[in-house]
Design a protein around this ligand. Structure first.
Ligand code: ADE
Length: 272
């Protein structure tokens, strides 16, 4: 996956993303991250890239020409590929894990980062395919937003996380929050690690973790909890024979996971 960022602050984006897991992913050849300085494309002799808005109003706007030329220079090196161009703006579609999964399937993504009061509308119309927002708040520019998105999308690209790390992902894709985790020592400030985690009984540990994930999701994200229980109910009604036995909610959920994994394994085998 290749991430291209059109920005007035290339060093901010590159420095921020070339660390830790993403640094390892770049070195391993799983992703590339390249920032293009929009200012390099201005035709203005003073290197100006912004101007006052027609009709008046506060602040300055990024001009269309340098943004467009920076984009065209990128496009020229992409032999006929037409990548999605994401414009970071509070007006856009809300970014979430599902959207990240969709974007992680692309070969190239271009992030257009606005600064100042925004960008001339004409170039947005000309090149942008998706407007994306991180949430209902306003940032000073799109750089931080694109960094958040690139971090999140990268960890979904095969190879970026080691196999141990990627297992952790399962719980979110299930639509549940993470269960609580503990490391040494067994007792800290009078608080003991739950006995079940020291028991070595993997089945009981998995059951406990699922129960805790459910408990947390119900308390902190009732909306997600409802989606999950609805999904489980639908699944049970579609596979009644597999759910005749009376089980607890966490056992039902584990059964659904097991059956879904089996089904996708069978589909894979049939495709081969
Ligand atoms: N740029 C400014 N505010 C933003 C937001 N909330 N999300 C994405 N990009 C932005």
């Amino acid at each position: 996956m290749n991430f291209h960022i059109l920005t007035l602050f290339p060093e901010m984006v590159e420095a921020g993303l070339n660390t830790s897991i993403l640094k390892r992913a770049i070195e391993g050849g799983f992703i590339t991250i390249k920032a293009t300085d929009i200012r390099d494309y201005t035709l203005d002799k003073h290197k100006k890239v912004d101007d006052y808005p027609y009709g008046g109003g506060a602040g300055m706007l990024m001009q269309a020409q340098p943004v467009f030329d920076a984009y065209k220079a990128l496009e020229k090196n992409m032999d006929n590929r037409k990548p999605r161009v994401l414009f970071m703006t509070p007006q856009g579609r809300r970014f979430d894990q599902k959207f990240a999964e969709e974007l992680s399937k692309e070969e190239d993504l271009i992030f257009l980062c606005g600064h100042y009061e925004g960008i001339d509308e004409r170039v947005i119309e000309e090149i942008v395919t998706d407007e994306v927002s991180l949430g209902d708040f306003v940032l000073t520019g799109g750089e931080l937003a694109s960094m958040v998105m690139i971090d999140c999308i990268s960890r979904l690209v095969p190879g970026v996380l080691g196999s141990e790390e990627s297992a952790v992902d399962e719980s979110f894709s299930d639509g549940l929050l993470e269960y609580p985790q503990y490391t040494r020592p067994e007792e800290w400030m009078g608080k003991r690690v739950p006995d079940v985690l020291l028991s070595g009984n993997h089945k009981e540990i998995a059951k406990w973790r699922t129960a805790k994930a459910l408990e947390r999701t119900k308390e902190k994200r009732p909306d997600m909890y409802k989606d999950m229980t609805d999904k489980l109910d639908t699944f049970k009604s579609q596979n009644p024979k597999k759910f005749r036995k009376k089980r607890s909610l966490e056992e039902d959920l584990m059964k659904m996971r097991e059956l879904t994994a089996q089904m996708s394994e069978e589909t894979k085998e049939n495709e081969e």
